[in-house]
Design a protein around this ligand. Structure first.
Ligand code: CP
Length: 326
């Protein structure tokens, strides 16, 4: 068990060892148990987390704020549009200055080709841990919450379990590919049989696919890319169909939306769920476009794990904050 993570950034789980991730999950389970019992766990008393958002959020904002309060500290909400960031505060200045005021800096910056580089720039200038609340490439806390949920349902040894991480159609906006990329990187480290199912125009980053293949080789798992929506469901224990944009095909939002229209049939319904294992669970990081990405019947049905998954954001985030910000 790795026990010293003070000062570490969490930008992608790929930069944390398996031992460190095991500690995160152990601590997350313990903090979840302590909260269920009503036990105080003020591990970050007097500490302050700055939360800088360039993009809207429901779950991430509320769970980080609640988590810091439960750990005895405080979280500050900072909106890029209503601060001097909109007038030119640079990433270096944010890292230097906010790092002197606060004990951690959490950032959501999802702009394609910008977000990850921005977060890394802040981290380089900051003396305190930088936590990635979602960028264009990674959504590490979503990936950790997804894995915690899978461990709760299937046990900690998930080697050989099939997970289908799939594109689904959505009409609302070109969503980042960071959640599926983070989940694929984690599931392959845990020896799972990982399917990535997507139309040809909705490729994920080739370097992430390479890392997933290498993770699978090391863990004894498997990583396979499919392009048939129904085939991805077949015999999967976990199905995770969600939308993302065609950023690797076009950076034009209107063009991406036009391409997506070819795939309006990529909706998860009860017929598709029946193709998966009998005890399969449905997962989605939310928000989902209801009756476009997934039918109400499935997302509100007995196989859906979406509310446990959303709750688990709180527990994994508290674990990483407690380990890094002490
Ligand atoms: N899953 C997720 O990150 O939700 P929010 O966008 O609401 O934070």
């Amino acid at each position: 068990m790795q026990s010293y993570m003070a000062g570490r950034d969490m930008i992608t789980t790929q930069e944390w060892t398996k031992g460190e991730l095991e500690t995160v999950f152990d601590v997350a389970f313990d903090l979840k148990r302590r909260r269920a019992l009503g036990e105080s766990h003020a591990l970050l008393r007097d500490k302050v987390l700055a939360m800088l958002f360039f993009f809207s959020s429901t779950r991430t904002r509320v769970s980080f704020e609640a988590g810091m309060a439960q750990l005895g500290g405080h979280a500050e909400f900072i909106d890029s549009r209503t601060t001097q960031i909109a007038h030119g505060d640079t990433g270096k200045e944010i890292g230097e200055i906010i790092g002197r005021y606060c004990d951690g800096i959490a950032i959501r910056q999802c702009d394609w080709g910008i977000g990850n580089a921005y977060i890394r720039g802040v981290a380089e200038a900051s003396r305190v841990p930088v936590l990635n609340m979602q960028c264009d490439y990674f959504h590490p806390f979503q990936g950790l919450a997804d894995m915690l949920t899978i461990f709760e349902r299937f046990g900690r040894d998930v080697r050989g379990k099939t997970i289908n991480v799939s594109y689904a159609y959505a009409a609302s906006y070109q969503k980042p590919m960071s959640a599926p990329q983070s989940l694929i990187l984690l599931a392959t480290r845990y020896g799972m049989n990982v399917h990535l199912t997507r139309p040809p125009e909705f490729k994920i980053m080739p370097e992430i696919e390479d890392q997933a293949r290498e993770n699978a080789r090391r863990s004894g798992g498997a990583f396979e890319v499919l392009d048939d929506f129904d085939a991805g469901f077949k015999d999967a224990a976990i199905v995770y169909p969600k939308s993302w944009g065609a950023m690797l095909t076009t950076t034009d939002d209107a063009e991406s939306a036009k391409i997506a229209k070819k795939y309006t049939d990529w909706i998860t319904d009860s017929r598709r769920m029946a193709l998966a294992s009998e005890d399969a669970i449905y997962m989605h990081c939310l928000p989902a476009d209801r009756n476009i990405e997934v039918t109400d019947e499935v997302i509100d049905g007995p196989q859906s794990a979406v509310y446990d998954e959303a709750e688990n954001r709180l527990h994994v985030q508290k674990a990483v904050m407690a380990l890094t910000m002490r």
